[in-house]
Ligand binder design. Structure first.
Ligand code: BJW
Length: 233
């Protein structure tokens, strides 16, 4: 850990699992309950908007009843206390990193508590349902959709993510299966740039062989332990 100044952390559904938010690919996860093609593509939204809006209304309501866990809190502590650059790139669409107090967070797959107006392109904070087709707070048109990056769409802030990675000395991946690109490819980009890489996950991810080091266990245990180690170094 010596010589580490700038850190990029990628988080996935596993970091929120112990807060009671379903992951996607685990047994009983979201993709076992719903076909991806039915709910998480622009084509699905065009074909059956009610189904898609209900799916996201249900999850938007659910995340607001959940609380950050020890892993979110530890990362927020690291964000507060780390003097070098730090960026938490989350694939998660919940707001638990922010509610734990983290500030340097970027949501590459969008956010449940945001809506995107396809008429005026505005993004607005949103906590309620969309099924009744409410008007856009900015332009008044009824063209709101979940502000979520679906399959086939471009993830947000890729330039900022690659720029942070270029300056990083350490890339840490937490609670993600490594199944979805471009997020899953970040570890290889980090390796090619000579950056140290660490995986913290319940089990080996699909990309585990690309990491210099992997520690396996529940996020609420392995993340706080790693954060204390980094802050003490
Ligand atoms: C614990 C734990 C505990 C459990 N403690 N750990 C063929 C090859 C390569 C790529 C493609 C391809 N065909 C299509 C593509 C591209 C496609 C893609 O990757 N598809 C793959 C399925 C192959 N990607 C895209 O379309 C993306 N866009 C794109 O590529 O644009 C082009 C472009 C590229 C580069 C630059 C610019 C542009 C868009 C992807 C959008 C993903 N969207 C979703 C849905 C969001 C909405 C929603 O929430 O409904 O995002 S999919 C879903 O998966 C969600 C997640 O963010 C994402 C990642 O999942 P995550 O977080 O890894 O969760 P899980 O469940 O998979 O894993 C959880 C892990 O936690 C597991 O390992 C557990 O063990 C662990 N765990 N409990 C610690 N307590």
């Amino acid at each position: 850990m010596a010589g580490i100044r700038n850190i990029v952390i990628l988080t996935g559904a596993g970091v929120s699992a112990e807060s009671g938010i379903d992951t996607f690919r685990s047994e009983g996860g979201l993709w076992e309950q719903h076909r991806v093609e039915d709910v998480a593509t622009p084509e699905a939204f065009a074909r059956d908007p009610d189904l898609v809006l209900r799916f996201y209304d249900m999850r938007r309501a659910a995340i607001q009843t959940k609380q950050p866990n020890a892993a979110h809190l530890a990362l927020a502590k690291l964000d507060r206390e780390w003097k070098g650059d730090l960026l938490i790139v989350t694939q998660n669409v919940d707001d638990l990193h922010e509610r734990a107090g983290a500030k340097r967070v970027l949501h590459m797959h969008g956010e449940h508590l945001s809506v995107w107006c396809t008429a005026c392109d505005a993004r607005s904070r949103w906590t309620g349902p969309l099924i009744d087709r409410p008007a856009c707070p900015e332009c008044g048109k009824t063209a709101l959709r979940p502000d979520i990056v679906w399959f086939g769409e471009t993830p947000y802030e890729m330039d900022a993510i690659y720029a942070a990675l270029e300056q990083a000395d350490l890339f840490v991946s937490i609670g993600t299966s490594g199944a979805v690109y471009p997020a899953a490819g970040l570890v290889r980009e980090a390796r090619q740039a000579g950056i140290a890489t660490l995986e913290l996950n319940l089990e080996p991810s699909q990309g585990t062989r690309w990491f210099d080091e992997a520690r396996h266990g529940p996020a609420t245990e392995v993340v706080p332990a790693w954060v204390e180690e980094v802050l003490l170094r």
